[in-house]
Ligand binder design. Structure first.
Ligand code: ADP
Ligand code: DAR
Length: 346
């Protein structure tokens, strides 16, 4: 873990929340602090210092980071989620509360649906501060819990260590596996010892997958072709409940499920569709007015920091903290219904 007395060199045109909220006063107040895992302010801000084009620019090394460095994390959490330091997160993992009949039963627009949550193991540092031994224990404990899954969730675990480039590339191209080497994660210390301790579990149909030790220690994923959003959500809720019987998740009443990036706190849920909107793609002002109204995020079709292709977009909920899991999916669903209606009108 690093420490510094020097205020970082942040260019005047830096737009990240790190640049906005790391004032000289906050830096002086926090620069000498470290968590019980030795995680420092310098560690927390390194990704945003090295990647001036970051949107956020900070990562937590453990659950303590969110308290110890609150003068920096709290305003970022407030701006991104609209969630204050005294608010309490509330979860709702009941799919019965989701009103989401398939919005595209003919399959004209929605190519595929994917809903994921991030989770980290309780009483363990997060990825930026974890040791190699701790990370390997997470891989062992989580993969063993997954290998005990039955029925639709039964599957196999594939460590990255020893996975051929060809198999890895195919899984990434098919949107199942995480990309390696993201520079933001690299500078956050999340790629240390790569690929050791990382891997992917999936069932035979690849509709239930778990990434182990990427940005979070678990990314629990339900996905399938088409727009049956409720079926995808129901499968994910069942899987989360089954995993949590064997793997305790890091959670606080204030921040909900704890994640390394503050944008994922709370539900840690991103519910997305890959959707073809070629006419709306010609009018991005209207497109973005709709996604803003429904608290949605637009990504490219190969994940974060990628571009859309052929008028196909990754549309997902932006809010994750201070809203329930049902609300996250309802946000996405209601926005997708509005986008399809607009596309049909053009
Ligand atoms: P995360 O969703 O875990 O934050 P990314 O945005 O990088 O991470 O997406 C991870 C992978 O999931 C990428 O390969 C992306 O193409 C794929 N993906 C995301 N949403 C969908 C979807 N609705 N259908 C198919 N693949 C998807
Ligand atoms: N590149 C970082 C990530 C922000 C949100 N995405 C995550 N956590 N994958 C940034 O600060 O832009």
């Amino acid at each position: 873990m690093s420490q510094t007395n020097e205020f970082p060199n942040l260019p005047a045109d830096c737009k990240s929340m790190l640049c906005k909220y790391l004032t000289k006063e906050v830096f002086e107040a926090l620069k000498d602090k470290k968590t019980s895992n030795g995680f420092t302010l310098a560690d927390a801000i390194n990704s945003g210092v090295k990647n001036i084009d970051s949107g956020i620019g900070v990562y937590a090394g453990d659950v303590e980071s969110y308290d110890l460095f609150a003068p920096l994390f709290d305003p970022i959490i407030k701006e991104y989620h609209g969630f204050s330091a005294t608010d309490k997160h509330v979860s709702n993992l009941n799919p019965d509360d989701l009103i989401a009949p398939n919005p595209d039963p003919d399959g004209k627009y929605i190519i595929s649906t994917r809903i994921r949550v991030g989770r980290n193991v309780d009483n363990m540092p997060l990825g930026p501060a974890i040791t190699k031994e701790q990370r390997n224990k997470v891989e062992k404990d989580v993969s063993e819990a997954l290998m005990a899954m039955t029925g639709e969730l039964a599957g196999s675990y594939y460590p990255l260590n020893g996975m051929s480039e060809e198999v890895s590339a195919k899984l990434i191209a098919d949107h199942f596996l995480f990309k390696a080497g993201d520079r933001f994660l690299e500078a956050a210390g999340l790629n240390r010892d790569w690929p050791e301790g990382r891997g992917i579990y999936h069932n035979d149909d690849k509709t239930f997958l778990v990434w182990i030790n990427e940005e979070d220690q678990l990314r629990i994923i339900s996905m399938q072709m088409g727009g049956d959003i409720k079926e995808v959500f129901s499968r994910l809720m069942t899987a989360i409940k089954e995993i949590e019987k064997k793997v305790p998740f890091s959670f606080t009443d204030h921040l909900g499920y704890i994640t390394s990036c503050p944008t994922n706190l709370g539900t840690a849920m991103r519910a997305s569709v890959h959707i073809a909107l070629p006419k709306l793609a010609e009018d991005m002002e209207t497109f973005k007015a709709i996604t803003d109204k429904y608290h949605l995020q637009i990504r490219g079709i190969h994940g974060e920091h990628s571009e859309s292709e052929g008028g196909v977009y990754d549309i997902s909920n932006r809010r994750r903290l201070g809203v329930t899991e049902v609300q996250c999916v309802q946000d996405m669903y209601d926005g997708v219904v509005a986008l399809i209606k607009k596309e049909q009108s053009l």
